[in-house]
Design a protein around this ligand. Structure first.
Ligand code: ZN
Length: 132
């Protein structure tokens, strides 16, 4: 398994990690399989979405904020309940098929670490599962 860190820049931040994941896949020389990307955190997530127009990421962030506002009322006393809820909705892992040694992402797809309680340094785990 490969790991790398991502420094996020604000409370809510979508960081494009497609390049780092692609590097891991290239280095591993896995021709065919599945690339699992996992974030071991409870207030950030990982997702795949549009990589061309940054306003899509802003729309996702703003829609999540409307659905799950930062100030509650919430029971969690740490003050970051909204970040926990958003992280659960987005999810902590994605799986991308690998073929011919490359991620099978669509033309407009990028992989994003979704920060909901930053700025922080986050860990990303990448596990390649080879097909026979
Ligand atoms: Zn908390």
């Amino acid at each position: 398994m490969e790991r790398f860190n991502v420094r996020t820049g604000s409370r809510t931040d979508f960081v494009d990690i497609t390049g780092e994941i692609s590097k891991v896949v290239s280095k591993a020389d896995t021709q065919k399989g599945i690339c699992l990307v996992f974030v071991p955190h409870t207030t950030c997530g990982v997702t795949i979405n549009e990589n061309a127009d940054p306003s899509v990421r802003a729309d996702i962030a703003e829609t999540l904020e409307k659905l799950i506002p930062w100030s509650g009322p919430y029971r969690h006393l740490e003050g970051n309940a909204a970040a926990h809820v958003k992280a659960s909705l987005v999810g902590s892992s994605i799986a991308v098929p690998v073929e011919d040694g490359r991620l099978c992402l669509g033309t407009w797809q990028g992989i994003y670490l979704c920060e909901f309680d930053g700025p922080r340094t986050r860990n990303v785990y990448v596990q390649l599962l080879r097909s026979l």
